[in-house]
Design a protein around this ligand. Structure first.
Ligand code: NAP
Length: 280
């Protein structure tokens, strides 16, 4: 039995489990012998993953299809799994809102703030009460490298992740007395639909995309040992160097890099659009 399972078993709950980092975390936990509650909106994807995990790792699963941004969704989730002995909770579901702040539709910004801030906070609070009674439990909050500084064109997203970083760092100290290990995982660019669908040419930004499996491995190795972990060496350097320079410098640098990457994406799109008619 893995040391993680001995410490936090028998059930883990992962939101955002239908894709990307959440899915990789769910798979890795099942591999370590955890039964897993899989949460996201797309029931079919969750069902396929559940069957795969049960067959491959002989674990039990529960699927909860839920739009967590809906009012009351977290309480409903809690009620749906209240009979299970959950020892590890990972609210990984998150979305971005790329684009200039004033150009964004406020309703979509609000939806992002709900999913990225309110939902993980409520999950940590509601499930935290129960985890505290177990004495040995864990919570992994998912922030981002972009939570370490302001990022032009990702203003609300970066701010939402800065909130998660601060919340998690604080809970790491506060909940330690109740036996709950809290970790904030900050991925950098990761190869998932989240980054793949952005209108941006990440090749123009000096970053290396990691695989979600690598990010998941980093998180599960760090929980219980540190309050925060940034996945990937270069990402660690980006997060670390910010402490020694004026805060405005990296914000301006990333403003320049991201604008350039958006323009590069747009030029590629325009080139494709101009070539396409003659190739028909
Ligand atoms: N990929 C990156 O480069 C990167 C970098 C830094 C941080 N992160 C963070 O890592 C986390 C996971 O991102 P990812 O890259 O794995 O993205 P992803 O592949 O797009 O997965 C996002 C997950 O969130 C779920 N989700 C979205 N809206 C939801 C809602 N309203 N209710 C319930 N579930 C919802 C999605 O499932 P359904 O569509 O089925 O609901 C999906 O399972 C996010 O918090 C993100 O901010 C990602």
């Amino acid at each position: 039995m893995s040391s993680l399972k001995m410490k936090y078993g028998t059930w883990a709950l992962v939101t955002g489990a239908s894709s990307g980092i959440g899915k990789a975390l769910a798979r890795r936990l099942a591999q370590q012998g955890f039964n897993v509650v899989l949460v996201a909106r797309r029931e079919q994807e969750l069902g396929v993953l559940a069957k795969e995990l049960e067959a491959q790792f002989q674990v039990d699963t529960r699927v909860v299809a839920s739009d967590l941004s809906e009012a009351g969704a977290v309480s409903e989730l809690y009620d749906a799994v209240s009979q299970l002995d959950i020892g590890l909770v990972i609210p990984a579901a998150g979305i971005d809102e790329m684009g200039r702040f004033l150009d964004k539709d406020y309703a979509s910004l609000e939806r992002m703030l709900t999913l990225n801030i309110q939902v993980p906070t409520e999950i940590a609070h509601v499930f935290g009460q129960k985890l505290a009674t177990r004495k040995r439990a864990g919570i992994i909050l998912v922030a981002s490298l972009f939570g370490y500084q302001g990022i032009p064109n990702f203003a609300g997203y970066a701010a939402s992740k800065a909130y998660i970083l601060t919340l998690g760092e604080t809970l790491n100290v506060e909940l330690a007395k109740q036996g709950i290990d809290v970790l904030v995982l900050s991925p950098g660019l990761t190869d998932t639909p989240f980054s793949q669908t952005m209108d941006i040419d990440f090749g123009k930004i000096p970053m290396f995309a990691q695989q979600p499996e690598t990010v998941a491995k980093t998180a599960l190795a760090a929980i219980g040992h540190k309050p925060t972990v940034v996945s990937g060496l270069l990402n660690k350097i980006y997060a670390w160097e910010n402490r020694f320079i004026p805060r405005s410098w990296p914000v301006n640098l990333f403003g320049f890099l991201i604008n350039r990457a958006i323009k590069a994406f747009q030029s590629k799109q325009n080139a494709v659009a101009t070539v396409a008619p003659s190739t028909r």
